[in-house]
Design a protein around this ligand. Structure first.
Ligand code: ZN
Length: 306
């Protein structure tokens, strides 16, 4: 397996579970797909116009989770944890069949998707991957929330900061390199909310399937889940996970540096829209050996051997 060639999964993956916001049972299948087809969702409960491509242009709502829709109005929401697993595990092409309008939340992290992909393995193709290289800094600011993307030589670096008015969560910051850091803590970090927000969310028709099985719930300075946190920075690590998943709606791997303070799905989507609105901001190139920066190929070669 090489990450220089486009990969799909080696065998179908089937996942079933409750959805976080609507509280329905979803059956989801991840199926292999051909090179240059990208990540595509297929609503198998709908007979026509049921294909939704996982692109940032198709994001129709980014309140609390990321929803994509096609021109017919068919939608799938809460795609971000699955998208993050696909990005991190180097799945360039896959068809996601689903029988409802929301991806199952599972344990609230990407862990189950990552484990399932590791179990079946990848199938490589002869087709080179494409990389988006950011050429100019782009920034989106919304009050105290801020996200920027700027050029980087060979990596996708994400530097994320959160600041919650809660004594346990408080301020947390972490910086990772998607191609070099061990992402286990990121994949395993669960979605979270404050206890006092649960009722509010339910009244807004969100979090109907939410429970301590699939979300970390914080009340004052305590975690209500009996086993506590999975890692020291689980809150900010989950925000990084969301960010990786939302960035993958660009369609390709990226070489860039992201700096985000208190952002989320909406801001990340606005950033991608702004970045791709001006072709001087980026270039997309095929990753052939002759045009790979040396540091990138060394790291890639080392990783493929390891
Ligand atoms: Zn999330």
């Amino acid at each position: 397996m090489s990450i220089l060639q486009q990969n799909t999964i080696n065998a179908p993956i089937e996942v079933k579970g409750i959805t976080l916001h609507k509280g329905k049972i979803a059956n989801l299948k991840i199926l292999p797909s051909s090179p240059n087809t990208g990540i595509t969702f297929k609503r198998v409960d709908l007979k026509t116009d049921n294909i939704i491509n996982a692109t940032f242009q198709n994001v129709s709502d980014a309140t609390l989770c990321t929803t994509i829709s096609n021109s017919n109005g068919a939608s799938v929401s809460t795609i971000e944890h699955l998208m993050a697993a696909l990005y991190g595990k180097n799945i360039d092409n896959a068809i996601i069949e689903i029988d409802t309008d929301e991806v199952p939340i599972l344990d609230g992290s990407s862990k189950n998707f990552v484990d399932a992909i590791d179990k079946v393995g990848l199938k490589s193709s002869e087709t080179s991957i494409k990389i988006i290289k950011v050429l100019r800094k782009v920034e989106v600011v919304d009050g105290t929330k801020k996200i920027s993307i700027e050029p980087s030589n060979t990596t996708l670096e994400i530097d994320f900061e959160i600041d919650f008015n809660n004594p346990l969560i408080g301020s947390q910051r972490n910086s990772i390199n998607v191609y070099e850091t061990d992402l286990s803590d990121i994949y395993n970090s669960r979605t979270f909310c404050l206890f006092e927000d649960v009722e509010k969310l339910r009244k807004m028709n969100f979090a109907k399937g939410g429970s301590l099985e699939n979300a970390v719930v914080v009340k004052d300075d305590k975690v209500l889940n009996k086993d506590g946190l999975r890692n020291e920075k689980e809150f900010v690590n989950h925000k990084i996970l969301d960010c990786i998943g939302d960035l993958y709606l660009s369609g390709h791997k990226m070489v860039a540096k992201i700096v985000c303070s208190q952002g989320g799905h909406k801001l990340t989507n606005e950033l991608l829209r702004k970045l791709f609105s001006d072709k001087d901001n980026f270039s997309i190139f095929e990753l052939k050996e002759k045009n790979i920066p040396h540091s990138f190929i060394n790291k890639v070669a080392l990783k493929s051997i390891a």
